[in-house]
Design a protein around this ligand. Sequence first.
Ligand SMILES: Nc1ncnc2c1ncn2[C@@H]1O[C@H](COP(=O)(O)OP(=O)(O)OP(=O)(O)O)[C@@H](O)[C@H]1O
Length: 463
Amino acid sequence: MHGQLAGLRARMASLRQGCGDLRGLVSTFTQSCQGSLSEARGQVSWALGALSSGGPGTQHPEGQQGPPAGCPGRLPELKGNIRVLCRLRPGTSSSLVSVEPGPGGTVTTCYRGRHRRFRLDWVFPPDASQEEVFRELEPAVLSCLRGYSVCIFTYGQTGTGKTYSMEGPPEDPGIVPRALQSLFREMGAGRQHRVTLSMVEIYNEAVRDLLAPGPPERLAVRQGPEGQGGIQVAGLTHWDVPNLETLHQMLKLGRSNRATAATAMNQRSSRSHALVTLTLRAATPPRAPGTAGTLHLVDLAGSERARKAGAAGPPRGDPDGARRLREAQTINRSLLALGGVMAALRAHRPHVPFRDSQLTRLLQPALGPGTTAVLLLQISTRPEDLGETVCSLKFAERVGQVELGPARRRRVPRSSGTPSSLSTDTPLTGTPCTPTPSPGSPPCPSPDNGSGSALAPGEGLPL
Ligand SMILES: Nc1ncnc2c1ncn2[C@@H]1O[C@H](COP(=O)(O)OP(=O)(O)OP(=O)(O)O)[C@@H](O)[C@H]1O
């Protein structure tokens, strides 16, 4: 009898535990349904309002502004298109390029006697401040805290200000430092999120870990396990970031490891594509699944015509010139591959050639269904750059037609390990650690266990 009673008690306890688990799940599910419903309601009412008042760009009744840019409720985002912002580099102004700045702004060019007008989601004039540019991106950045995947990438001819917009000088910081500050401010002192960072560059088609404890080595990129999608980068280090200060130090370290060189077009030209990935995993109530948002900040190397950039036809025995030429060729090839991917996505082709370059392979999860992507196009107004300015604008206009679908939040099971970097659905592996890097000296991580971390136009683009 005693034995049977003890058995029954144990079964009762386990049933109670099961009931508790179930209650937790039901309550999270209800909350998540309510959140999605109110988001959907907001989208529908905003869309109806915009339709009845004649579409986007029309005046809203007083006090009834549309949802802020980048928020899921915005009308153009019902289809989840890639948003395209355009920033003009300050410098020689020319009557051949004129702009109507602001939302739904335009850039008009006159090239070889032909006028063309490009409409973009937002146009920033040459005197736009770093603050103005970031204000337009901030809602998208903050949505990562709620589990959305956001990718912001800069694109444009060499020397047009991509790194300036992304990083900015210390006295006038750009998107990356502002985004980090904004995220940490939003999380507040009683932080509910675990933040993880990784940083890679693609130099001459080699993927390198900019935050590796030793000298950056070439990392292998491969497809994730069958059926789980995603990309894996073997040996990539992910770092737990305890605070904003540490994050800034790590980014400074990563930037100093990035390949740059002087060219005829830019004294400090980035010779590689740089990808910074932050994963923000929400701490969750017991037994409930959490969310893991991802922010990808991508500073692409600039497209360049080899001759103009001083990289063409190096005299014999000029190793630097030969190196610049090879860099320019690989940069242009990978940007061409990006154009190919965008063209396939735009046309909803069943096969998207993500495998054509390391850049597109790494960007695959960031351009997947349900992600939010923003392209910041940088252009020059100098008459001698006009051909490339028109080329970049054509590229951007077509990118703006790519539909990724309405943004979706990413849910993760409670017990997952290291957050994935560029992946939305790859299993999480690795040994996270809490580094305390000091400027100039690499932090001391426990790199991945070797099984691979989940990573989740120039001339004539094929669009
Ligand atoms: N909005 C701006 N205000 C002030 N200076 C700017 C601005 N945009 C660019 N610059 C300056 O122009 C120069 C080139 O900018 P930057 O290095 O950011 O170009 P890039 O597009 O990243 O070039 P690359 O592709 O060669 O790396 C820098 O000296 C930068 O400070």
